[in-house]
Design a protein around this ligand. Sequence first.
Ligand SMILES: Cc1cc2nc3c(=O)[nH]c(=O)nc-3n(C[C@H](O)[C@H](O)[C@H](O)COP(=O)(O)OP(=O)(O)OC[C@H]3O[C@@H](n4cnc5c(N)ncnc54)[C@H](O)[C@@H]3O)c2cc1C
Length: 466
Amino acid sequence: MVSIETSLPIVWRSNPHGNEYERARVGRVFNARRPKRFPRAVVEATTESQVVEAVRLAIREKCRVSVRSGGHSWAAWSVRDDAILIDLGRYQHLELDEGKKAIIVSPSTTGRVLNGLLSTRGLMFAGGHCPDVGVGGFLLQGGMGWNCKNWGWACEQVVAIDAVDAWGELLHCDTEQNSDLFWAARGAGPGFPGVITKFYLRVRPAYTNVLNSLFFYPISEYRRAMDWVIKASPTFDEDTEIVAIGAVAPPETGISGHCVLLNFLTFKNDEEEAKSALLPANTGRPQGFALELTNQPSSLADQYRIQAGANPEGHRYCAENAYIKNDADVPAVMEDAFTTAPHPKAFCIWYAMAPCSRRPLPDMALSTQSDHYFALYTVWEHESDDERCQSWVSNTMRKVERHSDGAYLGDSDFQVRRTRFWADANAERLMDIRRKYDPEGRICGYLDIDDASGVKGLENRHEWMQ
Ligand SMILES: Cc1cc2nc3c(=O)[nH]c(=O)nc-3n(C[C@H](O)[C@H](O)[C@H](O)COP(=O)(O)OP(=O)(O)OC[C@H]3O[C@@H](n4cnc5c(N)ncnc54)[C@H](O)[C@@H]3O)c2cc1C
């Protein structure tokens, strides 16, 4: 619907057609645990100039701006009280420069759409694992994409952005122009002080031979399986992603109760090369598994299907995470989480980050990582389970967090847990940049308790130290 005051496609909270407002407010929010927060209006922008106009409208209305790209923030950061929410879902832009192996995309572009186009040209972008995550939120946080442990953070492939600043001006930002904003765009997460309208990305050649080896262990073998995979990962083949998953065992494994799944996914251009990459896992995995599936042919499209199945739509979610210290007894720190998930659909992961976690990062806001990424993805169906599932997440994390260097913005909720997201110097510079580019707190920023952080931003400290 088009309002009287502006030509923008806008739905006001005061709209008499309540369903229209509710659709615009949360219809594109992935987590079915809907927030009780109510924007003043939602602008469903279809062009870059409408994004500019929407920010200027917020300035005239003297209210804040919130942004939605793919709608996959677990904590629904886009939905903020009394803000003008700029929903970028209908603004779609994909411009491929094959010669330069580069692509310009609008922020609501999903991994599936991006790779759908790239794959027709033999190219790939190592974006998020879930097919429908938007590049907007994902890249701002750093982006733990496919084979992040070897290929690095997805935001390292961002060469420039276009963004509307808090005064409603469209800026091009790269290492030469507006370089502060470009620095912040790679790791500020939802505290970025502007609205990004375009990402300029480097892409990589696609892989024709994707193979998967999977080893299912009963939980009684947890320690043996984890000790081995943690030791094997840092020096494993460089095109292979490695993850350990704790969940209720699928029936075909014959395991009753929880299991540990060790999952090796290799991306190559030759079948023999892919098989030899997986050989050390196929022959070196410890005994005690209940089921092994080795060298399974796969593809990015298959992997997206698997991810979408593990993270079904229409469900309630609570995610949490920690970078466990390199010198911790990592299996011991994670054991409770791996063995006590509160719902059959819930799962947790240990995601190998070494060797990339050991190399210096480029100069950008993103600055915290360790060899061991640990995350809880608690999935359930009914509101009546909210308290039980959320308490399980908090109680489990309370024991883990003291063994951590910090956390990843992407799987965090600042209303629930306050911790460290950046190196100290990076956090200071980031908060300075936010103050410089958005002194009035026009862009909503980090959603903490009571949405109070505003221009101040986050403290970047473990909560038990405060
Ligand atoms: C099922 C699922 C799987 C996931 N898998 C991965 C994964 O493999 N790797 C990983 O790293 N993360 C993963 N995530 C986390 C995901 O990257 C974050 O939740 C991310 O915020 C989602 O981006 P979005 O654009 O879809 O979200 P949104 O909810 O649209 O955006 C989140 C916030 O980011 C900011 N933002 C977004 N776009 C812009 C913009 N254009 N300009 C300024 N600010 C903006 C806003 O503050 C916004 O509220 C997953 C999440 C889900 C739900």
